[in-house]
Design a protein around this ligand. Structure first.
Ligand code: NAI
Length: 454
């Protein structure tokens, strides 16, 4: 069967590419071996957000007196939360299927393998059948990285070590959860299980949590969750995982922390093995496919989007890359502007971030200043009882008088960090931004307050 475009992988990058291509009139197929929606919908963004929403509601109930009412006999039912999550995932996955149909995209439920080129078209094999296409988009996503730490394999086989996948289907709440890796996945799951009563320890090899997050902001998050009961073991090297706990070293000394379950969250590896990339001689950077700002690989008409290029492993980056790849196929001039992609950590409070941090601006030798205020400058934040240590920080390019970074730890940060995207992307001058009217009262008004301190 011949197509204009075959998309390998039906996650956020893949299904959006297929949707946009189908909408534009291209004859398109998406090949997906599991469920449409990929990691994001089935075992990532959406399930974790449904968990975290339940945990937040539970925390409100536990602190009901702070809000003028009382709740007795509050019990958290994790099994129901898992069932609720499954229902949500099912609804959204079927929604993606309906969108594919509406855009006349063929969905091929099979493992697709590239078999090289035939008559100048890409040849893909799936379920014993051969398909050809003029264009190819590789969107096969990523999987949890499993470091070669002694004992991990065995503990994984016994169900003690879990990844982002298994943790979402655990029916019981572990008494002790040890999280290896204090990045985004680790912190969101640590936050959830801390809220619902597990004793959580985060073992991180760096001296800080939340990876490239602005250091002041990540320290505030760490302090908030330390108060809530999470144990952070920073600057620690995990040496062995046993069936009853995790061994680690710090400052030359050895320690062991007890664990009923261990979450492995030390990063993700692009799914680029065993899909036939070698038949096309695609240029790689270790497991990542090399691409340019149009998501083109070194092979003409072949694109790689989402986690496969490992540029910024976020679903919304994959969305944008999908659009840019399809626009390029359609002959439209489009590029991904990687410097203005926001990111969020969905803890409680949330972290919203975009652009340069103090650390990255310093490292690049940018002449910058910092403007910041506590969130208590936003009336709605105070009205709703937000944590008083929360702050909003802007990084300002001194020469251009433009904002090059925004970092906020606060309720709703995920919802208003978007307002900084056009500001940063268009290099708007601070005096121009000051003219914007923010709705009142909103937590987002903190941005206006900070802008006016510049
Ligand atoms: P990550 O890269 O965010 O964090 C991994 C952490 O593990 C780092 O802090 C690293 O220093 C640490 N680490 C590495 N090896 C270690 C070891 N042997 N012992 C202890 N610590 C070790 O990776 P994570 O959390 O697995 O997330 C994977 C991807 O998924 C990320 O690219 C992330 O952006 C994405 N994601 C995004 C979410 C969001 O946007 N809210 C939610 C969940 C995942």
């Amino acid at each position: 069967m011949g197509y204009d475009l075959i998309v390998l992988g039906g996650g956020p990058g893949g299904y959006l590419a297929a949707e946009r291509a189908g909408h534009a009139g291209l004859k398109c197929a998406v090949i997906e071996k599991k469920a449409l929606g990929g990691t994001c919908l089935n075992e990532g963004c959406i399930p974790t957000k449904s968990f975290l929403y339940c945990a937040k509601a539970y925390e409100y109930a536990l602190h009901s007196k702070d809000y003028g009412f009382s709740c007795d006999n509050i019990k958290f039912d994790h099994k129901s939360v898992v069932a609720r999550k499954n229902k949500i995932v099912k609804t959204l996955v079927s929604g993606v299927g309906a969108t594919m149909k509406a855009n006349k995209v063929d969905v091929i439920k099979a493992t697709g393998v590239i078999k090289g080129k035939k008559d100048n078209e890409f040849l893909i094999e799936a379920d014993g059948k051969e398909y050809t296409s003029k264009y190819l988009i590789i969107a096969t996503g990523s999987e949890c990285a499993m470091p070669p730490i002694p004992g991990v394999k065995e503990a994984f086989a016994k169900g003690v070590v879990v990844t982002n996948r298994e943790i979402l289907d655990m029916e019981d709440v572990p008494k002790e959860l040890v999280v290896i890796g204090g990045g985004v996945i680790g912190l969101e799951m640590a936050a959830y299980f801390n809220s619902i009563g597990s004793h959580v320890t985060v073992v991180e090899m760096l001296d800080h949590i939340a990876g490239p997050t602005d250091r002041e902001i990540s320290k505030i998050l760490q302090d908030i969750y330390t108060k809530k009961g999470i144990d952070f073991k920073l600057g620690c090297k995990v040496t062995q995982v046993d069936l009853d706990g995790v061994n680690y070293e710090a400052d030359g000394k050895s320690f062991k922390v007890k664990a009923e379950k261990v979450l492995m969250s030390v990063g993700r590896t692009p799914n680029t093995a065993n899909i036939g990339l070698e038949t096309l001689n695609i240029e790689m950077d270790r497991r990542a496919i090399k691409t340019d700002e149009k998501c083109r690989t070194n092979i003409p008409n072949c694109f790689a989007i989402g986690d496969t290029n490992a540029k910024i492993m976020l679903a919304h980056t994959a969305y944008r890359e999908a659009e840019v790849a399809v626009n390029t196929i359609l002959g439209k001039n489009d590029v991904v502007r990687y410097n203005s992609i926001p990111s969020v950590i969905y803890t409680n409070p949330e972290i919203g971030a975009i652009g340069e941090t103090e650390e990255s601006a310093k490292a690049k030798g940018i002449d910058f200043k910092v403007a910041k205020l506590p969130l208590i400058y936003a009336g709605r934040f105070v009205a709703e009882g937000g944590d008083q240590t929360c702050i909003c920080k802007l990084i300002v390019d001194k020469k251009k008088n433009t904002i090059i970074g925004c970092h906020v730890i606060s309720a709703y940060a995920s919802e208003f960090i978007i307002s900084m995207v056009p500001i940063i992307e268009n290099e708007m001058r601070v005096d121009r931004i000051k003219e914007y009217v923010f709705p009142h009262p909103t937590v987002s008004e903190i941005l206006r307050e900070v802008i006016w301190t510049i």
